[in-house]
Unconditional design. Structure first.
Lengths: 107, 123
């Protein structure tokens, strides 16, 4: 098994920068992905391969991954960014792991 | 564009088998560029990966569910399916199917998801 740890909640004021961390043993050696999930909706991939943004994802979303921590950063956070965020990684055996999720509140 | 749609019973009795199908439309399930996966989310909780399959049939399962899970693919119907046997109330969840992207021939992130379907285990 492989544990990915996220803070349960993060709060940010509109227009400010939000950072959400994801911790796991030697996570920096694995590709990290991030998903946004609004209430009642399916998750949406917002960052893959540590720092790449899929087509259609705003530039304010960025990611990094080093050591034991991956970080999702949202610059100029907007009220529409309020959602749950999940990190995800895969081990060498192709097994997939999700973090417990972080509720981002924009207030 | 490619779309995924889950289907199956919304209510399953304890000890029975949960069976879901994901229909892939607007693209080929046999492109060889993706794996296809199942993920679930109990009400009010986080995401849990169940397993993934390649169009040729190779599978990877969550070890915690492996003894009860079978994922299969039917390329002729552009579908892949999930069977979870001996279910209990703990298996009540929204079940998502998703397309898993390949990087250097290895599956990584889930770039496209279905809308999800709620399955309740109850007598």
């Amino acid at each position: 098994s492989y544990d990915l740890t996220q803070p349960p909640s993060v709060s940010v004021s509109p227009g400010q920068t939000a950072s959400i961390n994801c911790s796991g043993d030697k996570l920096g050696y694995k590709f990290a992905s991030w998903y946004q999930q609004r209430p009642g909706q399916s998750p949406i991939l917002v960052i893959y391969q540590d720092s790449k943004r899929p087509s259609g994802i705003p530039e304010r979303f960025s990611g990094s991954n080093s050591g034991n921590t991956a970080t999702l950063t949202i610059s100029g956070t907007q009220p529409i960014d309020e959602a749950d965020y999940y990190c995800q990684a895969r081990d060498s055996g192709f097994l997939v792991f999700f973090g417990g999720g972080t509720k981002l509140t924009v207030l | 564009q490619l779309q995924l749609q889950e289907s199956g019973p919304g209510l399953v009795k304890p000890s029975e088998t949960l069976s879901l199908t994901c229909n892939v439309s607007g693209g080929s399930i046999s492109s060889g560029s993706h794996y296809w996966g199942w993920i679930r989310q109990p009400p009010g909780k986080g995401l849990e990966w169940i397993g993934s399959i390649f169009y040729r049939g190779s599978t990877y399962y969550n070890p915690s569910l492996k003894s009860r899970v079978t994922i299969s693919v039917d390329t002729s119907k552009s579908q892949f399916s999930l069977n979870l046997k001996s279910v209990t109330a703990a298996d009540t969840a929204v079940y998502f199917c998703a397309r898993q992207d390949l990087v250097v021939s290895t599956p990584t992130s889930f770039g496209l998801w279905g809308q999800g379907t709620l399955v309740t285990v109850s007598s």
